[in-house]
Design a protein around this ligand. Structure first.
Ligand code: GDP
Ligand code: ZN
Length: 287
């Protein structure tokens, strides 16, 4: 029996990274019957197939945590990736909440990774830094294209398993390339992207980082609807509100339309108008 980690799974065929390299495997019938399908990030034991043939996944190690969106397991960190050129704060905030709901306190950490800084001006980047710094997230500024900020980010990722989440086109695959040193391959015209074509539906895939740890490239969420999040649950994802909530007239203030709401009073000042606006939209969507 060989130990390994699931790096990819497409149509029931998995790739398992072992000490001696990647092995193609299918789960044993027991898994299929119990409905407990392996996910990217799982530790597993396998029986290797003979002479390169498909082996079988015998068992899955206990999961430290398990995410549904994106579908991965055993992560230490999820990075919400957003492009710096015309950033969509609404979608970024949505990703942060969907991740935050799943982290449920501290099952894994969440950070913000702003990519394509080569396409943004300093004013715009400073604004993002203020908004998301105030919201309590570590914020990283990157350009997968120029390599700016990649070293600093890779320092933060060292030894961790990190899932990159975010809308398609934000640059997740490019960041993976930059972090794993695939940049040179791209220059040589042998990009992974070209090799696999321009698919919009993709699958999560785990890559080892040169300095230790791993990074998981994930597809954008198919649906950006909140599932099972009640209106009252949103405010805990806005850490910057907590700083002033004591000053609201009502201790159970929802910061929506209550008189004497300190959050509303500060919106446009200490509270970002974009964050508060998105909070109201989320509450409206969940109603
Ligand atoms: P994904 O869908 O999130 O994986 O995004 P991709 O990595 O496929 O990138 C989407 C597009 O943005 C591609 O055309 C990339 O070449 C481009 N891109 C990615 N990162 C950067 C960057 O830092 N700067 C610029 N200017 N373009 C980038
Ligand atoms: Zn309030």
């Amino acid at each position: 029996m060989t130990g390994g980690r699931i790096t990819k799974g497409v149509g029931g065929l998995y790739s398992v990274e072992t000490e001696r390299g990647a092995r193609p495997c299918r789960p044993r019938g027991v898994f299929r019957n119990s409905g407990a399908s392996p996910v990217v990030g799982d530790a597993c034991t396998i029986t290797e197939g003979e002479s390169g043939r498909i082996g079988s996944i015998e068992s899955i190690g206990e999961r430290k945590n398990e995410l549904v969106r994106p579908r991965v397991s055993n992560v230490d960190l999820a990075a919400a990736v957003c492009a710096a050129d015309r950033p969509n704060f609404f979608l970024l905030d949505k990703y942060l909440i969907i991740l935050g709901e799943q982290a449920d306190g501290d099952r894994f950490k969440i950070c913000v990774a702003i990519n394509k800084t080569d396409l943004a001006d300093e004013g715009g980047l400073n604004e993002i830094k203020t908004i998301y710094g105030d919201a309590g997230y570590p914020v990283f500024f990157l350009s997968a294209l120029t390599g700016d900020g990649i070293e600093n980010f890779s320092e933060y990722l060292r030894g961790k398993t990190t899932a990159l989440a975010g809308v398609s086109g934000a640059g997740k695959s490019s960041i993976v390339n930059a972090l794993t040193g695939r940049l040179s391959m791209e220059v040589g015209g042998l990009s992974r992207k070209t090799a696999r074509g321009k698919h919009t539906t993709r699958h999560a895939e785990l890559f080892a980082l040169p300095g230790g740890g791993s990074v998981i490239d994930t597809p954008g969420f198919a649906s950006l609807k909140f599932s099972g999040v009640s209106v009252g649950a949103f405010k805990k994802h806005f850490a910057e509100f907590a700083r002033y909530a004591d000053e609201c007239r009502f201790s159970d203030c929802a910061h929506i339309n209550e008189p004497g709401c300190a959050i509303r009073e500060r919106t446009g000042g200490a509270i970002s108008a974009s964050r508060y606006g998105n909070y109201l939209r989320f509450c409206g969507e969940a109603e």
